[in-house]
Design a protein around this ligand. Structure first.
Ligand SMILES: [Ca+2]
Length: 267
C-alpha cells in the first residue's frame, strides 16, 4: 500500500484530463424569450433572431428550436461576436448537434464561425447541410486552406431529427462527418493547420450572413469542443445528450470512487 499516494496522484491526473473541453452547449430548452443560454457554464449565450421559434418539447432532449431561414439576415441564432472564443487554443474541434432540415438542397449553413461577416473567404468553421447539389460540406480552418474540407451526400436529411458530428484535427490533417453515430465521410489527407480562434468575429447558427446562407429547420443540443471526441464520448452524446458527459472534475470524483472500490476489494 506504500504506492498509494503515487497511484492516487496518477489517477487524478488521468481522470482529470480524460475528457475534452466543452466550449459551449446550447440545449435549446428555454421555450420562450430571445436568450439562448450556454449550458457549458462558459457564458457564451446567443440571441434568438426573428423568424425563429421555440419548441418547448419534442426535441432530441427536452425542447428544441426552429431556425427560420425565411428572413434574410435575421433568421437563426447569432452573436456578432463571442469574444471569449478568441482565447481558446488547440488545433482540434468537434461540433455536434441534432437537426431536421426543412427542405433538401437549399445550400444553407447550420453553423458559421468566421473572422468576418463580409467575405466568403474568411470562414473558420462552417458547414452546408445541404448545399444545392445535395452534398453536405464541412470546412475547417478554411482561412488556412480551402482544401480543409470533407463532404458527401448524407441522403435524406429532412425527414427526421438526425444527429451530426463534424470533427477536425489540424495536426493530423484528418476530418470526419458522422450521422447518427456512424462515420459517413472522412478526409485523412487534409492540409490541416491551426484553427484561428483568436480571429473569430462572427458566430451564427442557421445562417451565414454574408451570402444569406440561411438554414431553415429544427435544431437541438448544439455543442463544440476544442478536441476530437473519441468513440465513447460520441456514443454518449448520441444516446444521452451532451449534458450526460461528465466534466473533468466529475470524472476525477468518479475515479476516486473507483479507487475506493478497488481498495475495499483488495482488503
Ligand atoms: Ca433540448
Amino acid at each position: 500500500m506504500k504506492i498509494l499516494p503515487t497511484s492516487l496522484f496518477s489517477l487524478l491526473v488521468l481522470t482529470g484530463s480524460s475528457h475534452a473541453a466543452l466550449l459551449l452547449h446550447y440545449a435549446f430548452d428555454e421555450g420562450s424569450g430571445t436568450t439562448v443560454t450556454d449550458s457549458s457554464g462558459n457564458g457564451r449565450d446567443l440571441t434568438l433572431n426573428g423568424g425563429s421559434t421555440w419548441n418547448a418539447t419534442g426535441g432530441a432532449f427536452g425542447g428544441s428550436v426552429n431556425l427560420g431561414g425565411a428572413l434574410a439576415r435575421t433568421g437563426g441564432v447569432s452573436a456578432s461576436t463571442i469574444s471569449s472564443l478568441n482565447t481558446v487554443t488547440g488545433n482540434q474541434v468537434t461540433i455536434a448537434f441534432w437537426a431536421n432540415v426543412n427542405s433538401e438542397s437549399v445550400g444553407s449553413n447550420p453553423f458559421t464561425i468566421s473572422n468576418s461577416n463580409n467575405s466568403v473567404g474568411t470562414r473558420i468553421l462552417q458547414a452546408h447541410l445541404e448545399w444545392s447539389d445535395g452534398t453536405t460540406y464541412f470546412d475547417a480552418a478554411w482561412d488556412v486552406s480551402s482544401a480543409n474540407r470533407v463532404s458527401g451526400d448524407l441522403g435524406d436529411v429532412s425527414s427526421d431529427l438526425n444527429h451530426y458530428i463534424f470533427t477536425y484535427d489540424g495536426d493530423a490533417g484528418q476530418m470526419a462527418i458522422y450521422k447518427n453515430n456512424v462515420l459517413q465521410f472522412s478526409n485523412n489527407s487534409a492540409p490541416g493547420g491551426a484553427i484561428n480562434w483568436a480571429g473569430i468575429q462572427n458566430f451564427e447558427l442557421g445562417a451565414f450572413s454574408f451570402n444569406n446562407g440561411l438554414w431553415a429547420g429544427e435544431m437541438d443540443d448544439f455543442a463544440m469542443w476544442n478536441e476530437v471526441l473519441d468513440e465513447q464520448d460520441r456514443t454518449q452524446i448520441f444516446n444521452s445528450g451532451v449534458a450526460s458527459i461528465p466534466e473533468p472534475s466529475g470524472a476525477a470524483l468518479l475515479g476516486l470512487a473507483g479507487l475506493g472500490f478497488i481498495l475495499r476489494r483488495r482488503r
